[in-house]
Design a protein around this ligand. Structure first.
Ligand code: ATP
Ligand code: ZN
Length: 313
């Protein structure tokens, strides 16, 4: 029988570990392929794990963090202020829409029917696709913060244009973040305690976790300098777990100190009138789900009770 995976040219015969893992996920019906790498349909069992992981992150922040769920699109004006375009032009995604008249519509359809480039007729929309769950949050903080700063639990879908056959590198994935906006001390303390809490939560779910200094995948030659500075100043630490024996362990969470980057772009002031600093502890919900499937097997209904009791209590 030809499986959907084989139809789009992915066979179990490949010796690459991630192609094999993806094939297993397809064969178990946990992920469903589309014609594009990194975009998948997900089964009910997969989504049940997602919900358990989301709830586990929520429990870390309960009572202290204000929960905000954002949609997968972000105001273009907000995106422009995040600086994402300068640092990661290769990862961002822009949305375009049709706003023409009847004549433009005729031309659009003509090009479409002739297999031509109809997208040239579209115009940029007032929204882009989200690159990080926390971006939509900063305009809410513009102005003066309360004495204790502000603490948020953010959930959202992200898009990054990094098509890959590795199922842990998706083009759209869920990110759940615990964010602090306040004094530098508060931001650093949150980054470090959030990392420790996150690592403990993931270890309690049976994952082997390590914390390693990391850098963002900044674009171009200038990007190398930014990445080195980020490493030297230890601004970003990733929580990694082994999934592929021949590859580096996979980052399933990260803890980032953004210094005054968002505070100055979005005019956020601390109670004492200084530019606010911020930090994020970000959980890659789809990657955690895949790491759990890898660690405990592809049938979540047969996972050890000490794991499922925590996920679905
Ligand atoms: P990577 O170095 O793996 O590309 P990143 O440093 O760009 O990740 P962050 O911006 O720190 O990732 O995002 C927070 C978390 O979101 C990551 O730790 C990871 O778990 C998850 N994540 C990032 N990119 C992807 C992706 N393409 N597919 C699935 N999850 C992702
Ligand atoms: Zn963030």
């Amino acid at each position: 029988m030809t499986t959907p995976a084989e139809t789009i040219g992915i066979g179990a015969s490949s010796d690459t570990a991630f192609v094999e893992f993806r094939h297993e996920l397809f064969a178990a019906g946990l992920l469903h392929p589309t014609s594009v790498d990194g975009v998948y349909g997900k089964s009910a069992a997969y989504e049940r794990i997602v919900e358990g992981v989301l709830a586990s992150v929520t429990r870390l922040g309960v009572g202290r963090f204000e929960a905000v769920h954002f949609p997968p699109v972000l105001a273009r004006s907000t995106f422009d202020r995040t600086g994402y375009l300068s640092s990661f032009p290769d990862l961002m995604g822009s949305l375009h829409v049709f706003e023409g008249n009847d004549r433009a519509h005729t031309e659009l359809v003509r090009r479409y029917e002739a297999d031509g480039d109809w997208s040239e007729i579209l115009k940029p929309a007032e929204v882009v696709v989200c690159s990080a769950a926390c971006h939509a949050l900063y305009p809410l903080c513009t102005g003066r913060l309360p004495e204790a700063g502000r603490w948020f639990e953010i959930q959202g879908y992200c898009f990054r244009h990094e098509p890959s056959p590795d199922p842990t590198r998706m083009q759209t994935f869920r990110m759940h973040e615990l964010v602090c906006v306040g004094d530098p001390d508060m931001a650093v303390t949150h980054r470090d305690s959030g990392l420790a809490d996150g690592l403990r939560m993931l270890r309690d779910l049976g994952l082997e976790m390590d914390a390693v200094p990391a850098n963002d995948p900044f674009f171009g030659r200038l990007g190398t300098i930014l990445a080195n500075t980020q490493l030297e100043e230890a601004l970003k630490i990733e929580g990694v777990t082994p999934i592929y024996p021949t590859e580096k362990p996979t980052a399933i969470m990260s803890a980032n100190y953004a210094q005054d980057h968002f505070g100055s772009s979005f005019s956020i002031e601390t109670a004492s009138g200084n530019v606010a600093h911020s930090s994020c502890v970000a959980f890659g919900i789809d990657r955690i789900t895949l790491a759990l499937l890898h660690a405990h097997g592809l049938d979540p209904y047969r996972w050890p009770p000490e794991v499922t009791d925590r996920l679905w209590r």
